[in-house]
Write a protein that binds this ligand. Sequence first.
Ligand code: GLN
Length: 187
Amino acid sequence: MAKVGVLALQGDYEKHARALERAGAHVAEVRTAEELDGVDGLVIPGGESTTMLKLLDRESLMEPLREFGAKKPIFGTCAGAILLAKEVENPSQPSLELVDIAVQRNAYGRQLDSRVAHVDADGFGPMEAVFIRAPIIRKTGPGVKVLARYNGDPVLVEQGRHLVATFHPELSSDDRVHAYFLQKVTG
Ligand code: GLN
């Protein structure tokens, strides 16, 4: 069975672990480079990307994560999407630069801090999308495939082995997106 890691430094990683288990994965929490070595794919959860960056720096995990992502699948949700993006604005901040997208943090503004929307995802059909202080994907490179949009903006995209959601699939009682990521991991 594929072993999927969940980056467990900060954010809502436990809900991802449960969703992955329901989708059939064997799950391990990842906090060190050594633990990263032991998994076949990784989920970077939502939370606060600035805090995660600090913790990743403290654990010297940025370079190991870049190397991991050069070979193995990563699924980033919300703050995780921000960490995977090639470019980050509002404000600009470092990232893993593994997916060719430009994101704007907290882009829906205060009045849309959090909302449950419905999107029609390519290959999935209708699904619920929970947004919490979400970024907006402002640009996608040629290698990026948009799987779902909300208000015209991409909210679920993939580039090769990597998957990105600006919403929180782990907060809906629907494990299809996690199951899809699991397929990428098992190849
Ligand atoms: N607003 C957060 C950030 O900029 C992301 C929010 C989330 O992950 N739900 O990092």
